[in-house]
Design a protein around this ligand. Structure first.
Ligand SMILES: Cc1cc2nc3c(=O)[nH]c(=O)nc-3n(C[C@H](O)[C@H](O)[C@H](O)COP(=O)(O)O)c2cc1C
Length: 199
């Protein structure tokens, strides 16, 4: 199985990247047979969606096609998203416009939100209400919020990170892997030709 981990910060070497790397380790500890694909949206510098995307020129050629194919081949997605201005980041929202080729379709997604303070709830509420219509991503009912993220350091967290967090993360990741495995048969009955967009 292939799991994509997407870091949706606008900043290079972000806290979201740090958390993504840690989740990648957790996933491989739980199931060494997993393959992971890491997409750092701060580095990939994908432009905002525009009609140019259809031309397939420049970044919308080889670069985008290789990202799209990696996502297409994935069985599940972990989106690590910081809270910016009480919202999901623009690069996170943009990705849902760019992925119009069924990349996420009827596959499980896990939202992991990140805040340097006590925030982190808003991106989850926003993504759960608005990202799935055309992409058909299926956010699993669990999510993870990492508050005081600068103190996040598995095995040696700062004092503002609760001691139960690592167990909670492993519990949610185990569930997420089970969703990814068990949702595979759904893909046989998907009809994107007639019903590509949600209602
Ligand atoms: C533009 C901007 C807006 C932010 N707005 C919020 C916010 O609304 N709530 C919050 O809890 N943190 C906010 N923060 C702080 C982020 O939680 C913190 O910088 C976090 O480390 C960002 O994750 P990143 O390093 O992955 O980009 C904001 C940070 C930035 C750069």
């Amino acid at each position: 199985m292939i799991i994509s981990i997407i870091s949706a910060s606008h900043r290079i070497d972000s806290q979201s990247k740090k958390v993504s790397d840690s989740l990648n380790n957790n996933l491989l500890n739980l199931d060494p047979n997993l393959e992971t694909f890491f997409l750092d949206l701060a580095i990939s510098s994908l432009p905002f969606w525009s009609p140019d995307k259809k031309n397939g020129k420049g970044i919308w050629g080889k670069t985008w096609n290789s990202i799209s194919e990696k996502l297409q081949n994935s069985d599940g997605f972990i989106l690590v998203v910081p809270e910016y201005g009480g919202m999901a980041t623009p690069v996170a929202k943009n990705l849902f416009l760019l992925c119009g080729n069924g990349e996420f379709s009827h596959k499980p997604g896990l939202i992991v939100s990140v805040s340097s303070g006590n925030g982190g709830a808003y991106p989850i509420a926003e993504l759960r209400s608005s990202s799935y219509k055309n992409t058909h991503i299926m956010w699993i009912p669990e999510n993870i919020i990492i508050r005081n993220v600068e103190e996040f350091n598995p095995g040696n967290h700062g004092k503002n990170i609760p001691e139960w967090l690592d167990n909670r993360i492993d519990y949610v990741l185990k569930l997420f892997i089970a969703y990814a495995d068990n949702m595979k048969p759904l893909r046989k009955i998907i009809n994107r030709k007639d019903f590509g967009n949600g209602m």
